[in-house]
Design a binder for this molecule. Sequence first.
Ligand code: FMN
Length: 422
Amino acid sequence: MPEFPILDGKRILLVIAGGIAAYKSLELIRRLREQGCHVRCILTAGGARFVTPLTVSALSEDKVYQDLWSLTDESEMGHIRLSRSADLVVVAPATANLLAKMATGLADDLASTALLATDKPVLVAPAMNGVMWDHPATQTNVAVLTGRGVRRIGPNAGALACGETGSGRMAEPGEILAAIVGHFEGLAGSGRGLPLAGRRALVTSGPTIEPIDPVRYITNRSSGRQGHAIARGLAGLGASTILVTGPTAEPDPPGVQVIRIETADQMLAACQASLPVDVAVCAAAVADWRMRKVADHKLKKDQGEMPVLELTENPDILATLAKAGPHRPRLVVGFAAETRRIIEHAQAKLVRKGCDWIVANDVGQGTGTFGGERNTVHVLRAGSQGGPASVEDWPLLSKVSVGERLAVAIADHLSGSAPVRS
Ligand SMILES: Cc1cc2nc3c(=O)[nH]c(=O)nc-3n(C[C@H](O)[C@H](O)[C@H](O)COP(=O)(O)O)c2cc1C
């Protein structure tokens, strides 16, 4: 049964490169076909080591393209026409190798040539060993591609096929499907008239997790529900929205570029790489502290003494963005999760962090805010020239409604100012 009518009849060119996660792309093809998409596949030589052309062809119900030099394919379709014969190009799995080729413009096989020749939007789903993903070469390539408008889903953190743990798991087929839906919904909603069309927004969401040793970590109860709803609200009003999120069970909001991180340091780096933006909303529950030194090996119980966890302060992402000099977002919004004297603490935070607005919410016991569906918030806006902040009390709302209402308030605030240029 089609769940996403927007996908019906859409043409997807799926590039399957040589990673173990290629098997998940078979499921993606099946899901896309169920939604009424036409799926045409390019399989790299590496990709064909992991999945057979026959399986890909049977699932996509189409020919599979593998060879740049195939006379038959060239006379039937031609590699340039192939690269343009889609509404969206999806690369899943996107190997470190193929990302590097895309970033540098190499075109030495059918996949990389089609990716260089395409004039269509491209979505990549990277998958690789965590060290390969963290390598500065890969991170630079990804940053270059993001700067060129290539959208990305994942990778996720977790156990990797190579036996290691880290960031590098390809997003699940359902997540990639949601990103594809988001892409088309974003296009449908990106028409003129939306109040945030042409604006760039950055939202942080979820908890951060700070490792103690290879198996333990410090985190908090943030579900990411409110941050994700804000990203959804901003994208719904037409903003080109980047969501930097710690690990959560929340689905990716449609039409939003999602960057997954684990630690506060990673969140700060991802935020800084996303600048300039018109508005930054810091809704993540960033851990205040991390271990001064993460143990290389699992701390053992039988060492005689209790381990002492020596902590050090994490970077202050909200204050850093509020002080970003020429790249400071026009509007910087922070969140204050308080359990008592909410307005007083939020007011102090507004001044201390140098941000423009604080959305204060009560996360005390019994409120059900953490992980719940609803939220009661108070919006504090900094007074002009250091004057007292104004306070607006919002009624109990669903977190989705808080996200929508905040997006409308942000659109009102930004109206009349020139959008930032990326
Ligand atoms: C068993 C095995 C698993 C691999 N898994 C990955 C992977 O998950 N991600 C990746 O980037 N490269 C992986 N590689 C390396 C790529 O296959 C290799 O870089 C290849 O040149 C990629 O070619 P392609 O990008 O044209 O498909 C793997 C290699 C082997 C032998």
